[in-house]
Design a protein around this ligand. Structure first.
Ligand code: SF4
Length: 440
């Protein structure tokens, strides 16, 4: 979401006559786009701001530093006061105000706008994508969240849910297709709740699939409480809607889920997973897990391990609980699982997950996949890498005349827990590959 927001900020600033530079030393203005989801993310921002303070000194004060995003919203006063680190604090709904706020700073004033909006979706702003791979893009379809999970600061930093109109989203997808992008991830804090007054999220996904049959569509993130079954059907029917779903579980224990204010049970979650696998054979799943939430017992932790063992996620984002100010958990519960217990439980969760991933990746050996090439592999210029429709990274030897943005068919020959290795078969397309699958 922050990558996507930065692209909106690029657009607003460039429209105002500013130009991006690649090195902090060359900049007259530096913005740090921040995340408040965990303490660790905020720590990194403080360190970065200290570095920029030193740079400001080197440049005799000829540098403006601003904080954007969730941290701006959450701790604006602290940011402004702390060692005079920044000149500008701007929340996620106030980016249109940036040119005016920069002018305020030029006039010698500190500038702050952290007002949250009920309407702002930046629908009319054409994002300027500077740092992506030219193949995959993010498109924000809604902002904010009304769910109020007990541990989560997002409803406080990003405000109420609001959806961007489907027409502006489809326009953006058409532009991306014309620019050669081959994969788009539709983003929202809670995409199931998408509703522009005329279209549901399932409607939007169908419309998105029709823009360009050779452009893959992914999405992130849905909520397990109201995942639309109709969408599963649409994914199974449209070859360019990817067979991969990120479905955050957070915990495998009902009492913890209740304390977290996640309104589904372990049983309902498992039923949903079964339905996903029934309607979309071969679908891969990923999840988010929080270990050591308030009052979590050893038995409750084991339930999370057993849920993960049962579902067998292809990927998981696993963290230990980090208390966030203003959340229900902070007000109602004690952050009482000792750090070393949180750490131990998290390492048990990670270890099990790595074993599962390795097992699942081993099962891929011999299978044929359509891979969208994203570029050269990190290890060698002689190898290319890209993702399967099921979101697995594949590395393979670079054939002649194949490059970024091409679809290729590969057979999986080897794996680690994180990556598949493949043998190139031929250049292909979504259409060709899906017809071959039907024929098989
Ligand atoms: S649904 Fe996601 S973004 Fe919304 S409150 Fe819950 S965890 Fe936070």
């Amino acid at each position: 979401m922050n990558v996507s927001d930065t692209e909106i900020v690029n657009s607003i600033l460039m429209e105002d006559g500013m130009e991006p530079v690649n090195e902090p030393e060359d900049a007259e203005v530096i913005f740090v786009n921040t995340c408040s989801i965990r303490d660790n993310a905020e720590e990194r921002v403080w360190n970065r701001l200290k570095e920029f303070k030193a740079l400001k000194r080197e440049k005799d004060g000829d540098l403006t530093v601003g904080v954007l995003g969730c941290m701006a919203e959450r701790i604006r006063d602290k940011i402004m006061e702390k060692e005079e680190l920044v000149d500008l604090v701007v929340g996620p709904d106030a980016y249109r105000d940036l040119p005016k706020l920069l002018a305020d700073v030029d006039d010698g004033r500190k500038a702050v706008n952290v007002l949250l909006s009920l309407e702002e979706t930046y629908a009319d702003i054409k994002p300027v994508r500077r740092n992506d791979n030219g193949v995959s893009a993010f498109v924000t379809i809604m902002r904010g969240c009304d769910n109020m999970c007990a541990f989560c600061v997002v409803p406080f930093t990003r405000g109420r849910e609001r959806s961007r109109d489907a027409e502006s989203i489809i326009d953006e997808l058409e532009q991306l297709s014309n620019q050669g992008y081959r994969e788009v991830t539709l983003l929202g804090q809670n995409v199931n709740s998408y509703d522009d007054g005329e279209h549901s999220f399932a409607d939007l996904m169908y419309k998105a699939s029709q823009v360009d049959p050779e452009m893959r569509i992914r999405f992130s993130s849905p909520h397990p409480k109201d995942f639309p079954e109709e969408l599963l059907q649409i994914i199974s029917e449209q070859p360019n809607l990817c067979n991969y779903i990120h479905i955050p579980a957070q915990s495998g224990n009902n009492a913890v889920l209740e304390r977290m204010r996640r309104p589904y049970t372990r049983e309902q979650y498992l039923d949903l997973v079964e339905k996903m696998r029934e309607i979309i054979p071969g679908v891969t799943l990923s999840t988010d897990i929080i270990s050591g939430f308030c009052d979590e017992t050893e038995e409750e932790h084991k339930d999370t391990l057993s849920l993960m063992a049962k579902v067998k996620y292809d990927l998981a984002y696993m963290f230990s609980y980090s208390e966030r100010g203003r959340t229900l958990a902070e007000r109602k519960y004690e952050d009482n699982v000792p750090e070393e217990v949180k750490k131990r439980r998290l390492s048990e969760i990670i270890e099990q997950q790595m074993n599962i991933q390795e097992e699942l990746n081993n099962e891929e050996i011999g299978r044929r996949h359509l891979v969208l090439v994203e570029g050269t592999s990190k290890r060698s210029d002689e190898q290319l890498c890209g993702r399967t429709d099921t979101n697995k990274m594949v590395v393979f030897d670079r054939p002649d005349h194949i490059g970024k943005g091409d679809y290729v068919e590969v057979t999986i020959s080897d794996c680690t827990s994180a990556t598949l290795m493949g043998d190139f078969i031929k250049k292909s397309s979504i259409k060709e590959f899906s017809q071959e699958k039907v024929a098989v």
